[in-house]
Ligand binder design. Structure first.
Ligand code: SF4
Length: 424
């Protein structure tokens, strides 16, 4: 059992893609949950509550029965070897886990997709089609005098967003914050951000987000000929006059065909950058999705929703979506990885399942045709690294109370060895 310990300062939070590093964690005794200190964040608090202070790791299971790690690895390798088309999904992993998972995916021709892959593809497809101009949290905090949120205030995705964007801080003495097409509850939150040099504005929809962005584009390009509503014409003028405008959105909040919205935002930014300075900030990729995408891209040259199989490297941003593959019975085994978020369980189904999961996910892997291997959580039970939402910053995760669970990289490497021993 652990001694009660003082809080661990300098902790990097692994529970969303902001990777905040200004909070701390208190490790108590026995079954006391880990406790967030130095500030509050509902998402981080709930994430920590899923871990006890003592480290008594659960055992793996094979078909619902308790097993040793060796037995679970052997069973998982046999099922992978028997699979004609496995799907590796979830992908809640850190850099080391992704690096180790990639050769395993290549060895068995697995298709790989993250939980929340549809949202990831919105930004990825827009980037592939037309390129992008994005910024970092630090740039937003220190320079942005105009912030335009596209389609919502995504504080459910990134609860401490306002704080991380420096809203209300003196570094930028006057900021204007706009929400285009606010959702229920956004107006109250926006009002709370006002003051201390911050002015706020909600622009209600007059059509869908696609048509609003098209009207804004026209108001920017041809102000004299624009028939856009007055609020959009005023916003176009603000964008022209801003020293540094940042357009912020959460791809997971966008409707179907959200890549078109992302692309439209990028076109606006391209136009603005001819005369002033503007950039986008897309908030998503938490729970390891952005990290898996970065690592797979640098290892293979292709992002997620790809496969290294008999036809060489293939990338299919729509066809290789995990929901589509599972619903279409196009895969015959699901290997699901979720080392950060206990609630990110595999989708229900009867396919053979290999679950490299958060220690609290035992019930999700306790069924026939399933192997559950509990893995350590980077930033809680083991050290690791993840990419932040702005994509250029790699954050180190230090374990707050190291445990004896294997990490995803260990398990993936052992699975690869076992597969090779089976002749696969
Ligand atoms: S905003 Fe995200 S990274 Fe920051 S403390 Fe909350 S969950 Fe953690």
């Amino acid at each position: 059992m652990n001694e009660a310990s003082p809080s661990m300062a300098g902790w990097v939070c692994p529970f969303c893609a902001l990777a905040c590093d200004h909070l701390a964690v208190r490790v108590g005794q026995g079954d006391e949950p880990l406790v967030l200190q130095g500030g509050d964040c509902t998402r981080a608090r709930r994430g920590l509550e899923r871990f006890t202070s003592r480290t008594e790791p659960p055992a793996p299971t094979v078909d619902g029965a308790s097993a040793t790690l060796d037995e679970a690895i052997a069973a998982a390798a046999q099922r992978l070897a028997a699979s004609c088309q496995p799907l590796f999904a979830g992908l809640g992993i850190d850099v080391a886990g992704a690096r180790a998972l990639y050769p395993l995916a290549c060895a068995c021709g697995a298709i790989c997709d993250a939980a929340g892959g549809d949202a990831l593809m919105h930004t990825l497809r827009a980037l592939q089609d037309r390129g992008q101009f994005t910024t970092t949290l630090s740039e937003v905090r220190t320079r942005a005098d105009l912030m335009v949120f596209i389609g919502s205030l995504p504080t459910d995705v990134a609860p401490l967003l306002a704080q991380r964007c420096g809203i209300g801080e003196a570094q930028v003495p006057a900021r204007h914050v706009v929400v285009l097409h606010p959702r229920a509850g956004d107006a109250g939150m926006l009002a709370a951000w006002a003051g201390h040099g911050v002015t706020v504005e909600s622009i209600e929809p007059e059509g869908d987000l696609f048509s609003t962005l098209a009207a804004l584009h026209t108001a920017l390009a041809r102000p004299a000929a624009s028939a856009a509503p007055p609020a959009l014409q005023a916003l176009a003028e603000r964008l022209r006059r801003a020293r540094y405008a940042v357009l912020i959105g959460a791809p997971s909040h966008l409707p179907a065909h959200g890549a078109l919205i992302v692309e439209s935002v990028h076109r606006l930014i391209g136009r603005l950058n001819a005369g002033t300075r503007a950039a986008a900030l897309w908030l998503d990729g938490g729970n390891g999705a952005a990290t898996a995408n970065q690592v797979f891209t640098w290892l293979s040259g292709l992002p997620l929703r790809s496969r290294a199989g008999p036809r060489g490297l293939e990338h299919e941003p729509l066809v290789f979506g995990s929901t589509r593959l599972l619903e279409g019975a196009a895969v015959d085994l699901l290997l699901w990885v979720s080392s950060f978020d206990a609630s990110a369980v595999p989708p229900p189904g009867t396919l053979p399942l290999v679950l490299l999961g958060h220690p609290a996910q035992g019930p999700a892997g306790a069924r026939r045709d399933a192997v559950f291997i509990p893995v350590a959580t980077p930033g809680i039970g083991v050290d690791g690294h993840v990419f932040r939402t702005d994509g250029t910053v790699l954050m180190p995760l230090a374990a707050v109370r190291p445990d004896s669970l294997p990490n995803v990289a260990d398990v993936a490497q052992r699975l690869l060895q076992a597969l090779r021993a089976l002749g696969t």
